[in-house]
Every structure is written in structure tokens, then in C-alpha cells.
Design a protein. Structure first.
Length: 228
């Protein structure tokens, strides 16, 4: 399990998205893009036209997190546009298996997201169609919210469910990921970390990504030693 960092542009300056993406291009693994429609979540951010434009101005693979109603209709478009990963919410999809397969068929990795109160066990049978499982550690909709420690046991259960699968399923955590919480997430089994405020509200976004990565790697290393 290797650490991957996905800075979220939700906390960036939307008037300078290309520059904000470039600020972390040399240190991040992904650029996390939160697509919100003011229906599934109480916030409105960006949609496919802006993502298409951003894809032309960043070298980072784009990780699209669709917090929208009817992702079954829209997910394929983001994958076809060039997003490297497209994540849909279990709570919003009426046909998750078909949509996850359509994302893959369009050439992207498929992701399934779960809100804090959504248990992971009912979706175990879908994991064969999933490349990344996203466990939300805040209620989706707004950045800068406090981390919900109550979700950590679900992270551990998710890690147990995906352990040993080939190809490996990544376990992403999103919400309140900071220097104070990233180690707890890593110890619980996460390996892909979305951080918005902790990166883009820092004086040096690139240095913030590097520091968070180091903390996660240290926590995973300690966790592995303790298991032996």
C-alpha cells in the first residue's frame, strides 16, 4: 500500500484553477475535483465544461468526485473527457454496477463513494467493478469541516473488505484531512488522501502536500511494524 496525495481544488482560487493545479503538479499524484450540483449536496461548484478546460491545463491525472444527482447519466461524460478516475456516490446511483462498468469502458478508473452514515458492507458485491473506494469523513458539500472520527471504524472495515484483492482496490479518504488527522486515516487503512483546506490555505501548497505525505507514510510504516 503506497501513499497517494490528491489535493482538492475545492479550497483553491476558482479564478486561477490552472495556476492552482500547477502549484502542486510536481508533488501530488492526483488533482481532486469536486463536482457538486446543489441537489445531491447543498453546494454548487463546477461541471463538465470546466473539467474539460482544466484537463487541457494540468499534467496531473484528474480525479473527479461526482456529488450529483443522477450520476448514472453524467459519469461516462467525465471519463470520456479524460478524467483518470471518476467516483460516483452509492447514495445517488440507481444503477451503480452499470455506471461503474461504463466508467471503466470509457478508459477511467471507477470509484464508489460512501457518505459517513452509509455502511460499507452492503456494497461488498460491487467491489469487483470498483478501482477505488472513497470513504467520506465529513458530510459532503463543503470544505473546511471538522473530521468525523466516528468514521474510522468504517475505514478499517473497508480495508478488511478490499484486502488481498487483485487488482488492488485503493481506499481514499476525503474530508477534514489535515496534519492532525491524516495519520489516523493512514493507520485505519487509507492509502489515497484528499486534502483541500490543508493544502490550498497553506502558505506553500506544494510543501503542505509533501508534509502530509510524509506523515501518512510514517503512520503506515509504524502500523506495518506493529502488525508483525
Amino acid at each position: 500500500m503506497s501513499v497517494q496525495m490528491a489535493p482538492s481544488i475545492l479550497a483553491s482560487d476558482f479564478a486561477r484553477l490552472a495556476d492552482e493545479a500547477q502549484a502542486v503538479a510536481d508533488v501530488a499524484d492526483w488533482l481532486h475535483v469536486d463536482v457538486m450540483d446543489n441537489h445531491f449536496v447543498p453546494n454548487l461548484t463546477i461541471g463538465l465544461p470546466v473539467v474539460e478546460s482544466l484537463l487541457r491545463h494540468t499534467s496531473l491525472p484528474v480525479d473527479c468526485h461526482l456529488m450529483i444527482e443522477d450520476p448514472d447519466r453524467w459519469a461516462h461524460g467525465y471519463a470520456a473527457a479524460g478524467a483518470a478516475n471518476v467516483t460516483i456516490h452509492a447514495e445517488a446511483s440507481r444503477s451503480p454496477l452499470r455506471t461503474l462498468r461504463a466508467i471503466r469502458a470509457a478508459g477511467a478508473r471507477s470509484g464508489l463513494a460512501l457518505n459517513p452514515a452509509t455502511p460499507v458492507e452492503p456494497y461488498a458485491d460491487l467491489l469487483g467493478a470498483v478501482d477505488m473506494l472513497l470513504v467520506m469523513t465529513i458530510e459532503p458539500g463543503f470544505g473546511g469541516q471538522p473530521f468525523l472520527d466516528v468514521v474510522l471504524p468504517k475505514l478499517r472495515r473497508a480495508r478488511e473488505l478490499i484486502a488481498g484483492r487483485e487488482p488492488a482496490i485503493w481506499l481514499q479518504v476525503d474530508g477534514g484531512v489535515t496534519g492532525e488527522t491524516i495519520e489516523r486515516c493512514a493507520e485505519a487503512g487509507a492509502d489515497v488522501f484528499v486534502a483541500g483546506t490543508a493544502v490550498y490555505q497553506a502558505g506553500d501548497p506544494a510543501r503542505a502536500v509533501q508534509a502530509l505525505r510524509a506523515q501518512a507514510e510514517r503512520a503506515i510504516s509504524i502500523s506495518r511494524r506493529n502488525v508483525r
